[in-house]
Design a protein around this ligand. Structure first.
Ligand code: FCB
Length: 430
């Protein structure tokens, strides 16, 4: 059979985030946001994919599909439903879920902040609040001390750049400010400071408790392939500024502990190590004609677009990952990579071509150690609602029944064998 091998130490699996799949939480800020009609077509975050009740079935599915690693998030509002009050039920729930993953030999990677927060935190000013970083750190301390024996790998904040942009510049996420540049930078600065303090906190707690396994704490960053539309000053300057404000200030801040303008100046926590791996969320390529004008290539044919119109551009994964490695020399995890594809016509090919790029990276000695496909199942795509279908597993919303998509079977064969078949329909020949 034609195809290529992937290294045995590259763990393959999938990713999700609590708000997008759990459902049923009235304490999370996305619930109030849904009530304001800001989610999809009047949809609600209460629906999710009922994962809160079906996590056992979902873990079983992962195991059946040969997934060896799983990136999930814990919902802050489930663990600390009111400021300073800890929920034994919430913690117990996550302990059960994590134990089950461990039993199934699926290595968890847990995100502490994935685009959501408790409504009480939002009401105190969210990430603009005076005590935002302290509040978040309290929660992290509790989560890590009560779950840390089951989790050695942590990401603190998912996509700080997208989060700050969508909350304060694009207004798509609560609290929905538009063009509020001042808040964008203040929130970004707080996220960087929160990461730096949380990095040391997680290491300290796991060490004090003598929790098993090597502690690894990383960042998860949305890295897109940016290109200038032409080699002219305006597009080139636009690209430079975009990369600086959307990427560099976060990477330098969180990886090297170095605040750059406009976030600040200097090293608030001194010199040291603040990151053990770089998580890359890679989806697409964007063309920049001037600062603020970022689009997908307008000449794209249908086959190269996802249902959301994002360009399918596997080579970009190679480009962004190798650039990260050249600059920071840290192990790389591909913490998200996937597409909205309701018909499932493009997903298997998408997976094959992105894994081919991973193979090239590994052949060049670049330590990409994990690949988490986004997403395990269909979910709430934030303000876009339940329309976009990112799941390896399809959710039939009226019944909440799970159905493994054909592409997920293709991926499952790869997860089990570490061999990527060229023929994506090989299983359907006999
Ligand atoms: C990323 C988010 C993730 C999901 C994908 C499609 O920006 O981290 O939650 O929505 O995009």
């Amino acid at each position: 059979m034609r195809g290529f091998d992937l290294p045995g130490d590259l763990l393959l699996g999938s990713a999700t985030a609590a708000t997008q799949i759990e459902g049923g939480d009235r304490g999370v800020n996305w619930y109030a946001w849904s009530l304001q009609g800001k989610v999809g077509d009047g949809e609600s975050s209460l629906t999710g994919a009922d994962h809160w009740n079906r996590f056992r079935e979902d873990t079983e599915l992962m195991a059946r599909m040969g997934h060896r690693c799983y990136r999930m998030s814990v919902e802050w509002s489930r663990i600390e439903p009111e400021r300073g009050t800890w929920s034994a039920e919430g913690i117990g729930h996550y302990r059960e879920e994590l134990s089950l993953l461990r039993e199934r030999n699926i290595l968890p990677l847990v995100t502490l902040h994935h685009f959501s927060c408790p409504q009480w935190f939002q009401d105190r000013g969210g990430w603009l609040g005076e005590e935002a970083v302290d509040d978040f750190l309290e929660f992290c301390g509790k989560a890590v001390s009560s779950l840390g024996d089951l989790v050695s790998e942590w990401c603190v904040i998912n996509e700080p750049n997208v989060f700050a942009n969508d909350t304060y510049m694009d207004g798509k996420y609560p609290p929905g400010h538009r063009g509020d540049m001042k808040s964008y930078f203040r929130v970004s600065r707080n996220l960087v400071l929160a990461h730096l303090r949380c990095y040391s906190l997680i290491h300290r707690i796991r060490k004090e408790h003598n929790f098993p396994g090597e502690t690894r704490v990383g960042i998860v960053h949305h890295l897109a392939r940016f290109e200038a539309s032409r080699l002219r000053p305006i597009p080139l300057l636009g690209k430079f500024l975009t990369v600086y404000l959307f990427e560099t200030i976060f990477l330098e801040g969180m990886i090297r502990g170095r605040l750059l303008p406009p976030l600040g100046w200097g090293r608030p926590r001194g010199r040291g190590r603040f990151c053990d791996f770089i998580g890359i969320n890679y989806y697409s390529r964007h063309i920049i004609s001037r600062f603020g004008d970022i689009r997908f290539d307008p000449s794209l044919e249908e086959e190269r677009k996802t249902d959301l119109g994002w360009e399918i551009y596997p080579r970009g994964l190679y480009d962004v990952a190798s650039a990260c490695w050249e600059k920071y020399r840290l192990p790389l995890y591909i913490t998200e990579n996937g597409l909205a594809d309701a018909s499932d016509a493009k997903r298997a090919l998408f997976i094959r071509e992105h894994l081919r790029e991973l193979k090239h990276l590994r052949d060049r000695g670049i330590p990409v150690m994990r690949y988490y496909h986004w997403s395990l199942m269909d979910n709430l795509e934030w303000n876009d609602g339940y329309g976009p279908k990112f799941g390896l597993v399809e959710i039939d919303y009226p019944t909440m029944e799970r159905r493994i998509r054909p592409s997920a079977r293709y991926y499952a064969r790869i997860c089990r064998s570490h061999f990527v078949e060229e023929d994506i329909h090989a299983d359907r020949q006999d």
